[in-house]
Design a protein around this ligand. Structure first.
Ligand code: ADP
Ligand code: MG
Length: 301
């Protein structure tokens, strides 16, 4: 940690995270020195193509995957310096997970309310308290009317509402969702996005959502884009847009310039430029001229 302040404001600090997967004959570098800070109470979307390292990062934030190099501070602690007991405790109480496939999130032979109660069985809690907590969470996620239904009796979107309630059972500080809307239609997907936003606003929970769908990310205050295991660009929602957000419909949402896009400048002074940007500027060589003019940096052939 650089300062006490940083420790307080940031729930996550990723410092040069590297992950190498070794299989029999190939090595894959899923994260290539990733730096990222996430503030407490943030609602953040992570986007990027398939294979760019999104799930690897999310699993690392959840304490499920150890980095090959680099450090990860979570909730003020050096996560992978903790012993196994500490990590288990962290996975159980500090983070909640929602996966893409609702079958991965729910027990098929339990009703909705029993699914939410399941993580609480080994806690020291009366049956009545457990039921109350589960019903409260199903109410929060807007699915309490299906409390006694089994997953097979619910739509994909309804199942994901239950899954979110399950993830919240232990009152985590952080909710991690890996492509939670990957298996539902656009309308349902929008509803789930709105639900994440509501939970974030009402409870102040830090929520991190991985998605490959760029259009889904436009209601979120910060969107980071991963490419090749590093963060390449970051989009921050414009304040004027944030104020209008609730009055916009999904149709006109797409037509408004919601975010300002920034390229990430890393500690070594590197900026990653997208292929699109280079093409627009007509740069097709591997050497560029860099000049400073009127306080601006100009990159040219
Ligand atoms: P994303 O979620 O963005 O699609 P992943 O984080 O799942 O990307 O994967 C990043 C890269 O790491 C991919 O090339 C993937 O094939 C590889 N990878 C992920 N998990 C493993 C694993 N357990 N073993 C080997 N390679 C893996
Ligand atoms: Mg993935």
């Amino acid at each position: 940690m650089d300062s006490v302040n940083e420790e307080k404001d940031n729930i996550f600090v990723c410092d040069g995270l590297v992950k190498i997967y070794k299989t029999k004959d190939v090595e894959v570098m899923a994260l290539q020195g990733l730096d990222l800070e996430i503030k407490r109470g943030e609602l953040l979307a992570i986007i990027g193509k398939s294979g760019s390292g999104k799930s690897t990062l999310l699993n690392m934030l959840g304490g499920l995957e150890k980095p090959t190099a680099g450090r990860l501070y979570a909730d003020g602690r050096d996560l992978f310096a903790m012993n196994e007991k500490g990590l288990v405790e962290y996975r159980k109480n500090t983070v909640g997970f929602v996966w893409q496939n609702s079958a991965q999130n729910l027990f098929p032979y339990f009703t909705a309310v029993q699914n939410v109660e399941a993580p609480l069985y080994f806690d020291n809690m009366s049956e009545k308290k457990r039921r109350e907590r589960a019903m409260h969470l199903l109410h929060l996620t807007g699915i309490d009317h299906k409390a006694d239904s089994y997953p097979a009796q619910m739509s994909g979107g309804e199942q994901q509402r239950v899954a979110i309630a399950v993830a919240l059972a232990h009152e985590p500080k952080i909710l991690l969702a890996d492509e939670p809307t990957g298996a539902v239609d656009t309308k349902t997907s929008n509803m789930i996005q709105d639900l994440f936003r509501k939970i974030n606003q009402e409870t102040g929970l830090t929520i991190i959502i991985v998605t490959h769908d760029i259009s889904l990310a436009n209601k979120v205050s910060r969107v980071i884009m991963i490419s090749d295991g590093k963060i390449s660009t970051e989009k921050i929602m414009k304040e004027e847009f944030r104020q209008k957000l609730d009055s916009l419909t999904t149709e006109n949402l797409a037509q408004v310039e919601s975010h300002e896009e920034y390229s990430v400048l890393d500690k070594a002074g590197r900026v990653q430029l997208s292929g699109e940007t280079l093409e627009l500027a007509g740069i097709d060589t591997n050497k560029v001229k860099v000049e400073v003019e009127d306080g601006k940096i100009i990159i040219s052939k």
